[in-house]
Structure formats: C-alpha cells, structure tokens
Design a protein around this ligand. Sequence first.
Ligand code: NAD
Length: 440
Amino acid sequence: MEICVIGTGYVGLVTAACLADLGHKVIGVDKDVEKIEALKNGIIPIYEPGLSDIVLKNFDKGNLTFSTDLNYAVKNSIVVFITIGTPQDKDGNADLSQVFDVSKQIGKCLEKYTVIVTKSTVPIGTGKIVKEIIQENLNFPINFDIVSNPEFLREGSAVKDFFQGDRIVIGTESKRALETMLEIYKSLNIPIIETNIETAEMIKYASNAFLATKISFINAIAELCDRTGADVVKVAEGMGLDYRIGNNFLNAGIGFGGSCFPKDILALVKTAEKVGYDFKLLRNVLEINSSQKKKPVKMLKEKFKNLEGKIIGIWGLAFKPNTDDLREAPSIEIIKELSEQKAIIKVYDPVVKESLFRVLQDKKIDTNSVIISNSPLEAAFEVQALILCTEWQEFQQINLDLVKSNMKGALFFDGRNVFNPHEMKKIGFDYICVGRNSIC
Ligand code: NAD
C-alpha cells in the first residue's frame, strides 16, 4: 500500500520504517530540511535500538523514501499518517497548531479518496476538527475518511513495540477506512480494537494516565515506607505478584518524565475541566511527580546547607534508559536547581552528549557550570555527591569501590533504587534511595 507518514520524529520514523518493513511503499515527510537530508544520507537523527538497521534496509530496498514535499507525498499515497508533535501549550492544553496546519495542507492537495490517520496523541474530539479543516480546504469535492490510530510505542523499545505491541486501536466511522487499516496491519499478530474516533482518542489518554497514576501511587507508598520502616521494593514485589495489579510501573524513584506522560496527563486534566469535571486524582498524580523530582536537591540542601561551589555528579540524563530523549527528564530539573544554587555539575549519559546544552539553553539554564564527562567514573571524580537519575544498564555493572574511592564525598542518591542499600553502606557510601531508607 502507498503510505505517507508526516513527521519523522520518534513516532513517525519508527512508524514509517516498520510499515515499509511490512512491505508497504512509504514516504516519510518532515518540514525539517536537515533531518530529511540526514535520513536520505543514512543518518538516523535519534537513538532508538534497532531503528537504524530497519531504516537502512528498507531505504536500500526502495520501500522507504524521505521528502520535505508534503504535496507530492500526499498525492502519491492512499493512506496519510499524521505523526507530528502535540506539545503542551502555555496553559497546559495540547497545542494542536501543528496538527491543524498539516490538516490544512492535506486538504489543499487531496486529489483522490484518501484515508487520513491521526497517530499523534490528540485530545478527544480532535479527529472531528481535523475532518472539518480538511473539508474546508479541499479544492473540489473529494471523498476522504478520518481514522484515529493512537500510538503506544515506548521509546527504547519502539521497534519491538511496533511488531509485538499489546493492541492496535482503530477508531473510525467508515467501513472502507477500517478495511484499509486492517489491510495495513494484517501481517501483525496483534489484537485489534475497532471503535469510534472519540473512544480511540480516549484509550490513549486513559492508558497514559493510568500508568502515570501507578508510578505516583508507588512513589506515595515509598514516602510512607521511609516514614514507617517498610521497604518499597519488597512492597512492590508483594503487590506485583497479584495478577490483578501486575509488577510493571511499580518502581519508586524520582518520578516520570518524557515527551508523553507529563503533557498528556495535564491535557486530560484540561479536557476534564472543559466538560466541568475536576480530575483531582490526576492533579495529585502530577503533584506527587513534581515533588519526587525535587527530592535529590532537597536532600543535598539538607546535607550541605550551601551548595555554592560544591561538585555534584549526575549519572544518566535521558528520561529513561535506551533513549536520547531529554524532554521533561528529571535530570534537567535537577541541573536547573543545582545551577541556580551555583554548584558545579558533572554529568554522564551513555548516549546524550552535546544535545544537553541545547536543551539547557532553551530552558535558559546557565550552562557554564555543567561539564559533560566521558565515563561514569569521570563524572564521579572529585565530586561531593553523586545522583543517579537514569537506570542505564552501564551503571549497574560498574565497580562501585572504584567509584567511591574517586569521589571526594560519600553521598550517593540513587534516584531509581538500582543498588543494594546494604552493599552500598558496606562500601562506605552515605547511600540515600527512594522508599527504602529505613533498611539502609
Ligand atoms: P517529535 O517531536 O519527535 O517529532 C515530530 C516531527 O514532526 C518533527 O520531526 C517535526 O519536524 C515534524 N513536523 C512538525 N510539523 C510538521 C509539518 N508541518 N510538516 C512535516 N513535519 C512536521 O514527536 P514524537 O515524539 O514523535 O511524537 C509525535 C506524536 O506522537 C505526539 O503527539 C506524541 O504525544 C505522540 N506519541 C509519542 C510517543 C513517544 O514515545 N515519543 C509515544 C506515543 C505517542
């Protein structure tokens, strides 16, 4: 099937490459000229395990091409996927301006029956607006259909999630569009939920909100554990074995980040407000998350009183392992606070390097006090305290005796409960973690 995917970011590039791998003819479109040039030259602009192989393989086969020409791509496709960003606006709503701009452009260049699929995460009701915008911009009457096919991939395992996802959700009012979508995905052995557009849009938000709630729930339990003598890791294990609960998303830590949970939860709170419902539960989920992110610097302030001139190491910058995505990463907030306190910050991440400075500059964070290290050991050298923000595998294999002997101080804040508290104490660390401090 001839398909175009508009937006070649984390979702779009994975979608385009994997659809091409299923045998479809796919054009990946982006307005970012540099990104498209890089892709045409075989350079993958993001870090995502397995993505490079699948892009290059299908590019060589001729199944996958890249273009900045949306007009050409839409005219030569039967199905158009919209996979562009829906960031948070200044009031916390989903900013749909890019989706609406693209809808206008699609309307202007439609020449034949086309299925327009929204894969971006968009608030309930957006599909209908996209339809109206396309309709208003048609040059002459053409039949087209709208589908909501929200994306559930997780950065770090996105390619695997495409081929082995838990479900594919297809929301549409049109039998013809539904058949087209079923044809696209027919070789995947994944359960398909067929529904209307609004329900499909809601499934995405409800899923993200539920997962974020689980994280904030265990973080609230972790707080109680620290105050009462319990160990949150054992609590989570004991809870997770109950099949009704499950053990995923029960890791206490310094909170969730990323390009989805924070903005999507807030967007759902805003959607609720608009229809007269105060979604207190989700407001609390966000509040708990925000206080988790503040824990490391709060602890440092308690220990050192004044952070000016103190050298602090940070292990892990990305919002989770196996990605280079820094959007809403707890590390950024921690760096911001430390730099405001005039500390010197040594950071190390296995994949995030210089791009950190761009993000810090965008957020008006002083970069002068931030030093990028080439190894975890280098980031630990001569520091008064070390904070683990992201649980990359690399940190779990490191010689901790060596780390300790390289540090000036002994304070170690394990923001992801990666290490064994007893062993850390034995090595000589002043070890602090989340929800198991009473067993240290
Ligand atoms: P992204 O920012 O990585 O990519 C968006 C891309 O769209 C960029 O390359 C940008 O240049 C391009 N773009 C913007 N306007 C354009 C236009 N007019 N024409 C052509 N290209 C244009 O975003 P992402 O992380 O891939 O997320 C995309 C959507 O998918 C969002 O709604 C997000 O919430 C949702 N989503 C993301 C994930 C994830 O893990 N990243 C998972 C599920 C759903």
